[in-house]
Design a protein around this ligand. Structure first.
Ligand code: C5P
Length: 317
């Protein structure tokens, strides 16, 4: 076996949901869903570094400007301890392999925190891969995706990347051919939304008859994705959680309207929000929509990104 690496860096993408159809509540409390995940090139970086035997796990969280958040949450809103999904992923890899969980983890966060882009799940996916490589474990992709599903509903997808249909509670994945690059603008909100609170709000709206009819299956979207035309893809974006996210954060209605006014083909809340994703006809339109949204003040920041992006990748040393 080659010398063990001192450290392993993994780049892992954020996701948006092109379709998110939410069904009923299951006996385990989760909602049955059908979604189309789409990875975008807004990435976090996860670094796992060797630690002395018996040192255990430690975690440092850096924001996009590489400012450290040693204590946990003041800067990024992300806990730097066992509550972090990346920490839980490292512990699970060690337990599964029967090796000591000795490693220093570092997360460099660019994916918005509590933004509906599965940033915490992406970090967990990155930590699974980084620790498996650091500890020289012969884990293949199916093993990693099994472990991912034990951590959270959205953890398996960032390992795969691309575009994929997710069923079950989101963890059962079937890749679909990714179309030609799509041009998106992400509008990031000043504050986050709790995923479980947004699901609960949808249940409340449905119980009171205030939610629209649930989305049907994403057949038309899948046909449009296979053909690759942005206008047809735009016409078939949909998210059952959007009504709940807008109910909890009404300013999102302004953000969605602004993106359309600025020339986006369509806009949709990503996952449980509050990040909004706008599909644009081309790169020039995406730059203009991002600049207009950033200047307009209805969101904290706006960035042009592309999809679909690759799944978790180990970076060369
Ligand atoms: O699986 P994960 O921990 O990411 O889910 C966060 C929360 O989102 C769950 O605790 C649950 O409240 C809600 N959820 C759900 N149904 C799903 C996925 C998530 O109700 N399919």
């Amino acid at each position: 076996m080659p010398n063990p690496p001192k450290s392993v860096s993994v780049r892992v993408p954020g996701k948006i949901n092109l379709h998110l159809g939410i069904g009923g509540v299951r006996p385990d409390g989760y909602h049955e869903l059908v979604t189309v995940f789409h990875a975008v090139d807004l990435v976090d970086e996860v670094v796992a570094t060797r630690a002395a035997p018996g040192a255990g796990l430690s975690l440092r969280v850096l924001d996009a400007e590489l400012r450290a958040d040693e204590q946990g949450s003041a800067l990024t809103g992300v806990p730097a301890d066992h509550r972090n999904l990346a920490w839980q992923a490292a512990a699970l890899v060690a337990r599964h392999a029967g090796v000591p969980a000795d490693a220093r983890l570092e997360l460099c966060k660019r994916i918005p925190v509590a933004g509906g882009m599965a940033g915490g799940s992406a970090d967990a996916a990155g930590a699974l891969l980084a620790c498996a490589r650091l500890w020289q474990l012969p884990f293949d992709l199916p093993t990693l995706t099994d472990l991912a599903a034990q951590i959270g509903s959205d953890v398996a997808f960032p390992l795969l990347g691309g575009t994929a249909v997710g069923t079950g509670r989101g963890e059962v994945l079937s890749p679909v051919p990714s179309p030609a690059p799509l041009h998106w603008v992400l509008a990031v909100s000043p504050t986050g939304l709790s995923t479980s609170a947004v699901y609960a709000e949808l249940d409340r709206l449905r119980a009171s008859g205030a939610a629209p009819a649930p989305l049907g299956p994403p057949d038309a979207l899948l046909v449009a994705l296979a053909a690759g035309g942005s206008h047809d893809i735009a016409a078939n974006l949909g998210n059952d959680l959007q009504v709940a996210a807008v109910s909890m954060a009404p300013q999102l209605a302004d953000t969605l309207a602004s993106g359309l006014r600025l020339g986006a083909l369509a806009g949709v809340v990503s996952g449980s929000g509050p990040t909004c994703a706008f599909l644009c006809a081309d790169a020039a339109s995406a730059s203009a929509v991002a600049a207009g949204l950033a200047a307009g003040g209805s969101c904290r920041a706006a960035a042009a990104v592309r999809g679909s992006a690759a799944g978790a990748q180990v970076l060369p040393c």
